[in-house]
Design a protein around this ligand. Structure first.
Ligand SMILES: NC(=O)c1ccc[n+]([C@@H]2O[C@H](COP(=O)([O-])OP(=O)(O)OC[C@H]3O[C@@H](n4cnc5c(N)ncnc54)[C@H](O)[C@@H]3O)[C@@H](O)[C@H]2O)c1
Length: 260
């Protein structure tokens, strides 16, 4: 299999896009180490991978906490002796316009999405630089490519992940490391459900109504994406077929951000 002997770190691997990607890497032969703040969710995905004959580790912790991150990365390295790929996927949302965004809200969103991506990248890079190879995929969002209403903190944090990706690619390409960013649009996950339920509550509509209207009005392909479709992009970007792709920002959104 294409990832036999490879070790991948997946943050937020307990649900949604992270779960689908952890499973996809394991199906391709990789050993998968998950960090999730939700202990039960991360452990369940690791058990699922092991039950299918794969190798998995599950760590519980917060990507915005340097101690948790170091425990995750060094614990994986101690167990398996290498780190090949990192999928910086864990993230959190906030549905609020700026005047309703409290300072703790802002800190939670920016610390999780941006500082968390920085901390995990820094911890993993150390190992990648010492072996002269590695691939990092950051999960931003269509919200990082353009403004989205009632999303100031989230959009800001995701736009910053795009620049963090470019900076990482520039600084470490000569060390044999590639870093790319994916920007999913509307993907069928619990986060997407929470997002639409909250937007719906502001409009006196259900989450399902809001999602349907949004999809029909904005997504040229007229459907949401599936987590497995995002997982396929992430595994491709880590594969040797993608060896010349570096510093790229790649939408996966059915055409959502292609234009009006
Ligand atoms: N679903 C979408 O439509 C969509 C669109 C664009 C971007 N994204 C991004 O994709 C990523 C995954 O989202 P999803 O839709 O799969 O969400 P999800 O809520 O289904 O899964 C997120 C996982 O991350 C974990 N997590 C959250 N905060 C964490 C933290 N501080 N430390 C460790 N783990 C943490 C959660 O426990 C959960 O298991 C996020 O970064 C999100 O912003 C999602």
């Amino acid at each position: 299999m294409r990832f036999d002997d490879k070790v991948v770190l997946v943050t937020g691997g307990g649900s949604g896009i992270g779960e689908a990607t952890a499973v996809a890497f394991a199906e391709d032969g990789a050993s998968v180490s998950i960090l999730d703040i939700d202990e039960a969710a991360g452990a369940a995905v690791a058990r699922e991978i092991e039950a299918s004959g794969g190798r998995a580790l599950s760590f519980t912790g917060d990507i915005a906490n340097a101690k948790d991150v170091d425990h995750f990365v060094s614990g994986t390295f101690e167990e398996w002796g290498r780190i090949d790929f990192l999928f910086n996927n864990a993230g959190t949302e906030l549905i609020a316009p700026l005047l309703e965004t409290t300072e703790p809200d802002w800190d939670r969103v920016v610390n999780t999405n941006l500082k968390g991506t920085f901390l995990v990248t820094r911890a993993a890079l150390k190992h990648m630089v010492s072996t002269g190879s590695g691939v990092i995929i950051n999960n931003a969002s269509d919200a990082g490519l353009r403004g989205i209403k009632v999303n100031a903190a989230y959009s800001s944090s995701k736009a910053a992940i795009i620049q963090l990706t470019r900076s990482t690619a520039l600084d470490y390409a000569a060390s044999g490391i590639r870093c790319n960013c994916i920007c999913p649009g509307c993907i069928r996950t619990p986060l997407c459900e929470r997002f639409n339920a909250q937007v719906g509550a502001r409009k006196g509509k259900t989450g399902t109504e809001v999602l349907h209207e949004f999809v029909m009005a904005n997504i040229p392909m007229q459907r949401v994406g599936e987590p497995e479709e995002v997982a396929a992009l992430v595994t491709f970007l880590c594969s040797d077929e993608a060896r010349y792709i570096n510093g790229a920002i790649i939408p996966i959104d059915g055409g959502l951000t292609a234009g009006m």
